[in-house]
Design a protein around this ligand. Structure first.
Ligand code: AMP
Length: 477
């Protein structure tokens, strides 16, 4: 029967790759949490109108790239092409803005969908991690969001990020610039591409971002935003540049930066990293301020600023640069049951060890030792715990160090402590201070045996902070 492939422009995240995505996401979440951002997860499909109104009718994303469909109730829906519009819809619908605690600091993560031509770093289903800070007009909100992104990239191991920044102007600057662009393009309308004719009517700024060769030429000679920025806009741009540089970031002011979504105003930015291979995956992330989006979607007059990373691009580059090698992706151990009779005992030992957070598997069918050890090694296991029928009878387990091939026998009733000790797992026993000699943990556990009511009979205690009232023991500390 014919094999069904994955849809064009999509990709399966297989085991280690899925783990790497998880890791990248977690690092971003951790940094966002340090910055006081909270998670907000919205549906992957929304009313088509949300993106038409939010992202903008004139954008390539809405005009050409959205997956739009009618549901069984005849509603026009779209798979989300980006995260901001959904977050803002949720803020408005759930009145999250009705708080004194503004700006709202939120982060999200998940798949996005754009019907683009698949190429290096460009997919039809891809993943973004993003944040939105909604409800402050302060330039510090822009700075905080960019710094959060910069620190996330640093935490992931990117050490040579370039941050491109520009200002699209707030309020009057953008209106004046838009008008100037219209004046400039008016006589050229017969020569520009059909898309740019639509952009001319809906958002002439987007004409500057056109990739058609003849239009690129026109864009080069078009009026520059710098001539229209107010003093305040220029001060904001300088503040962002200087502040980021103070934190060690490499910043380039790029007056040609436009970005592909209509809602931006004020400061916009993009993160770039060129891997050693020189491959161009495109920007790894970008964002900016939006002053009208919340209102355009029916909410109160609140401004916001946000960014999104493309996880595929982060992953490709980090992998290429060998910065994902440290992720603990592998098992700790493998329990080898040899012979049908050992299977249940092997499984039960594994289950106990799993409760202590140890990662591992066991075989369900008989295989040769050689092939089991090979599997164990390929899964990164450091130890094989062998339980043959002979061991079962003698109530011992053979513990094999897969690196040194040394093997030792451990009695059933000591095996859990023994393995936990090997992996440095603390507090793994049920000790409530009656363990005779603290052998299980050398006194280095989280049990309560050093508390005021301690009746510990231990001969030795290695805890220098011991507050034990037991005189006998105190003397020995
Ligand atoms: P945007 O939502 O267009 O501002 O994009 C933010 C980030 O998402 C970009 O910098 C990319 O890293 C990533 N991205 C955008 N489109 C795609 C795509 N089609 N495939 C993979 N990543 C993408």
């Amino acid at each position: 029967m014919a094999i069904i492939g994955s849809p064009k422009g999509t990709h399966d995240l297989i085991t280690d790759e899925a783990r790497a995505y998880d890791y990248i996401n977690k690092v971003c979440e951790e940094v966002a949490t340090i910055y006081g951002f909270d998670p907000l997860l919205t549906p992957i499909f929304e009313a088509n109108e949300l993106f038409a109104r939010g992202v903008g009718d004139a954008t390539d994303i809405v005009r050409k790239e959205m997956y739009v469909f009618k549901d069984k109730g005849n509603r026009l829906m779209a798979l989300r092409p980006e995260g901001t519009a959904g977050v803002i819809r949720s803020i408005i619908a759930n009145k999250l803005y009705a708080t004194n605690d503004l700006p709202l600091r939120l982060y999200y993560s998940g798949p996005m969908f754009r019907y683009e031509r698949p190429q290096l770093g460009r997919y039809r289903q891809f993943h973004q991690f993003g944040v939105e800070s909604v409800g402050s007009t302060s330039i510090l909100a822009d700075f905080e969001v960019i710094l959060l992104a910069f620190h996330s990239l640093q935490a992931l191991g990117f050490d040579d990020i370039t941050i491109k920044i520009n200002s699209l102007g707030r309020n009057e600057a953008r209106v004046a610039y838009r008008e100037a662009l219209k004046q400039y393009y008016k006589p050229l309308l017969g020569k520009v591409c059909p898309d740019c004719k639509v952009r001319y009517e809906q958002n002439p700024l987007r004409m500057l971002d056109c990739k058609v060769e003849s239009d690129v030429k026109f864009a080069k000679s078009a009026p520059k935003i710098t001539d229209y920025l107010t003093t305040e806009d220029k001060d904001d741009l300088a503040f962002i540049r200087d502040s980021l540089e103070n934190y060690g970031a490499k910043v380039v002011v790029d007056y040609g930066l436009v970005r592909g979504l209509d809602y931006y105003s004020g400061i916009i930015f993009e993160f770039e990293y060129v891997p050693t291979s020189g491959k161009d995956y495109g920007a790894i992330g970008g964002g900016g301020r939006y002053d009208k989006l919340v209102e355009d979607l029916g909410g109160p007059p609140l401004e916001g600023v946000g960014f999104a990373f493309g996880l595929e691009r982060l992953h490709h580059i980090l992998k290429e640069e060998g910065k994902l090698d440290h992720i603990p992706m592998k098992d700790d151990l493998m329990i080898v049951g040899m012979g049908e009779k050992t299977r249940t005992a092997a499984f039960s030992l594994l289950t106990t060890l799993r409760t202590y957070g140890l990662r591992g598997t066991t075989n369900f069918d008989d295989k040769s030792f050689k092939s089991i050890f090979k599997i164990a090694e390929s899964r990164g296991a450091r130890y094989a715990l062998i339980l043959g029928e002979n061991e079962l009878e003698r109530e011992v387990v053979s513990v094999r160090n897969l690196e040194t091939q040394e093997q030792t026998e451990v009695a059933f009733d000591e095996i859990v402590d023994y393995i936990c000790h090997l992996f440095g797992i603390r507090g793994h026993h049920d000790c409530r201070c009656h363990d005779e000699d603290h052998e299980c943990c050398d006194g280095d556990c989280d049990c309560e045996c050093h508390g005021d009511d301690c009746e510990c009979e231990a001969d030795e205690c290695h805890d220098p902070d011991c507050t034990c009232k037991n005189d006998k023991k105190k003397e020995k500390v």
